[in-house]
Write a protein that binds this ligand. Structure first.
Ligand code: GTQ
Length: 348
């Protein structure tokens, strides 16, 4: 048929007729759906730590961890309000646990990581083994493992929760259970998994000490260890022009990412260092651990100061600049993208 007004009118009439049957013409949206590069459903955003923390502490005056189950402020992407998403595929929240509090035991099909923002001595218990946390430690609660949190110290503890809530929601595979009791009984001494799996070693096959799930034995990556490794790397290794000195957290069982859906890494940029532009298909959540600098996302500068949090969309052009030695933590859905054959990056 000749393109023209008559055709347009006939098509519009057809669309109107088929609409009640829940049918739509692909040719009207094909170029949006199948496109040369991603059009992210999120925007870049920065949360300054101090004001965010103030809201969280105010929540702490009004509701207990037990009452809330988890006392968390969700960091919602400005264009994804109401969906508990910081990026299109990932969740971030800041969790507060006050002295004497317990966040009761549950398990769910979502994977979670904790990255400690402040306080020390509180714990997450995973299947009955406590990881006692210090600032900037990384602790995992892989999916379907029982976990409760507690604070036996005399000061508040705040950590970042990173979960794959939107991914699990996409698949409609959200399952959860409450434990019968507030806390899981202790199954092993605090820290034993980190001690035996955290140093390129593991209990001899079949020994009674090999009690963790074989495919995911380690769940505590202390700051003291990763910071030492990153510092030595910076002193000895060649620096990458696009990412700086960067180390990924590994699952010692297979050398792969920490969890099936989530990857995490840390970076160090020496004072004065400026990265070349890089894009990657994994949207990222950054946490500033140390130092000051600037992150330039698609040409827009955002200042970076300790404990600030920044969401970066997929395929955004990212350039980092360190005013002083800059240390960053980041997590993303790269682990899931790589399994699905979707992951890409481009360096300029
Ligand atoms: O600590 O188990 O931020 O289940 C959101 C959901 C934390 C947790 C969150 C959760 C948790």
């Amino acid at each position: 048929m000749e393109p023209g007004e008559a055709q347009q009118a006939a098509l519009r009439a057809l669309y109107a007729e088929m609409d009640p049957a829940h049918l739509a013409p692909l040719w009207e949206s094909l170029s949006q759906l199948v496109r040369p590069v991603p059009a992210p459903g999120m925007v870049a955003h920065r949360w300054e730590y101090a004001p965010t923390r103030d809201y969280l502490m105010r929540a702490g005056d009004l509701i207990s961890a037990e009452q809330a189950e988890r006392r968390v402020l969700i960091l919602e992407n400005p264009v994804l309000r109401g969906t508990a998403a910081i990026t299109t595929s990932l969740y971030a929240g800041l969790q507060l646990i006050l002295p004497g509090e317990i966040a009761p035991c549950h398990r769910h099909s979502q994977c979670a990581l904790r990255f400690v923002m402040e306080g020390e001595g509180a714990y997450t218990s995973v299947d009955g083994e406590k990881a006692v946390m210090r600032p900037f430690d990384l602790v995992l609660t892989p999916n379907w493992q029982w976990h409760d949190h507690g604070n036996d110290t005399d000061h508040p503890m705040i950590w970042l929760d990173g979960l794959d809530i939107p991914i699990v929601r996409l698949f409609d595979t959200t399952f959860a259970e409450h434990y019968d009791g507030k806390v899981h009984p202790e199954t092993a001494p605090a820290g034993v998994s980190q001690a035996v799996y955290g140093r390129n070693l593991r209990p001899l096959d079949g020994s009674v000490a090999a009690r963790r799930p074989a495919e995911r034995p380690l769940f505590h990556y202390p700051y003291a260890d990763w910071r030492d490794a990153l510092g030595r790397m910076a002193a000895m290794a060649q620096i990458d022009p696009h990412v700086g000195h960067a180390l990924e957290f590994l699952n010692p069982a297979d050398g792969g990412p920490i969890m099936p859906t989530i990857s995490a890494h840390v970076r160090l940029l020496p004072a004065g260092f400026q990265t070349l532009a890089r894009r990657s298909s994994d949207a990222m959540v950054f946490v500033v651990v140390e130092g000051e600098g600037t992150i330039c996302i698609d040409g827009v500068d955002m200042p970076l100061a300790p404990r600030d949090l920044v969401a970066v969309p997929s395929w955004a052009k990212v350039e980092l600049q360190a005013s002083s030695e800059l240390v960053l933590f980041a997590y993303s859905d790269k682990a899931a993208q790589q399994k699905l054959g979707l992951y890409r990056e481009k360096c300029e």
